[in-house]
Write a protein that binds this ligand. Sequence first.
Ligand code: HEM
Length: 561
Amino acid sequence: MRCYPIWTCLGSKYKYWWQPDLARASQNAMTTSKSGDALCIHSRNYQLPMAHSLTMLPLAFLLSTALTAALLAFFAFWQRRVQKAKIASSTDSSFAPYTSLSYPILGSLQYFSAHWEFLRTATKDGAASFHLARQQCIAVPVEKRQEFFSDSRPSFALAYAVMLGATPSMNKDFLSSMGFDITLGGRSIKFLAALLRNERINTNRFTLYRYADEWVSGLGTGALTNPFDTIYRTVFRLTVNTIAASSIATSPIICDALVKIFHELDQSGTPATILFPWFPWWERVRRFYLMKHFHDIMTAAVDQRRKEGRNEEDPLQYLIDEGLSSLEITQFTLAALFSGIANTGVVTAYFLCDLAAHPAYLALVRQEILLFVSHFNPDSTLPLLTRLHSITFDDWIRGSSHLALPITNRCLKETIRLRIATPFHRLNDSGRDIELGGTVVPHGTILTFHSSFMHHNEEFYTEPLRWDPERFSAERAEDMDPGRPMAFVGWGLGKHQCLGQRLAKFEIFLITAFMVASYDFELVNIDGTPMAEMPPVELNDAVVSPPKQEVRLKLSARDCS
Ligand code: HEM
């Protein structure tokens, strides 16, 4: 028998009156109780008291409000008791016990306010169930990481759609009926993989070199630059050129408009929109408007291309040739840019800040990169842009040999380990219960895991909150201990490893090369006062974000040679 949480019923009553489509979609998204217990409150039987005359109105209003509040409170406690009793009475020990850190109706709000703290506490005795309003979730403990990353059954794209507040329900029909989705799934992955092929990026690399050069030349000596703004914009432009449309990347004005849209979209997934996705929050309306704006920009680019003719190497041309409609191109580019930009923009900024806070490493990275460039073009009297021309995409990202930029790679890996504290999500959308690492995962349940289980854990890394690239040196290799496998998950592992890792590294190294060749830079606060170290890592943020305390890089020009 189906299980309807109370708020679903009241929500569906409202939606029956005003939005029949939403009601149907919401009903499809109902979860089924494991034991089959009935927990159904029929919204159609719920009647508000009617006022028979005007004088009775205030009284009727008060009564109905009190009655509604009492009913809500009663059903909330009842529902929670039933949920807890169900799990407690289950003879099946593979059913994840319900966490005690939970409120009626809303569920585990600590998930939003103290993200990492909540997951760590909830999983101290193993897997734990919890709710975010009506969405059932399971926090996966560190010892089950292997199963979490290698199991291909739970959905990757849908899980992120729900947990980023991108969709009003976990229902696929609803997603497509909305017309927009900001997650990548299905054949989109195939298109992205094609756009990220070495030959394609290699042919395109001269434009990327030029954009990086334009950016660094515009910074100006003595300036205080906010890396989380200017670098984000540059990464955005490079990525748009690689996986969206070259005609958009050429226009800084359109790029800036898109950056603004992305920035706002990033902020529109609030706890409220995630908890009650069916409610028409202002953020949801705003999100729809932003996506429409993005769609208009993409459609204009597609129309222009169709009018002007082919451009062989451009990603937009590839998508048109694959037969995608304007709407499909919008959906693909939006999702692809989302997966590509947020992480890369923030990581590049953190990387340069970490180097600025560790001048000895900054000097080593500069030396390594300039030697690397000299290997391909020893003429140090030429501008860096000219010297880079013979360096291919493969040369930058090659994983072995003396040209592999080992120190730069170690520093980047350490920045990702330390600064990017991120949750991983999967959703069991298989239509049936599955078992993962000995835990039953009912259909419709989100699985949540966290990189900090390893990255910020003393059992995996010595002094885990310290930036120390040498932990990845051949001698120490803290991430390679056979007793603690899967210690580094900065690029993901198993079934959903990062598809854009090579592009991300290329962009980061390119921006770093121009920065270290053109400027000396130090870490300062917004007033220009030098800072000895970066602000502490925010482990409790549920998304990758800049530090709360703003930082700047103070630049002084140096000879490009
Ligand atoms: C420094 C930058 C980046 C970092 C740290 C990063 C990190 C990650 C991580 C940790 C995952 C796995 C998520 C999970 O298992 O739930 C992932 C997946 C993914 N990343 Fe990245 N990423 C970066 C840049 C990029 C770029 C530039 C692109 C594309 C342009 C990209 C595209 C993807 C895609 C498509 C997936 C999902 C793959 C799949 O579903 O199989 N990423 N990334």
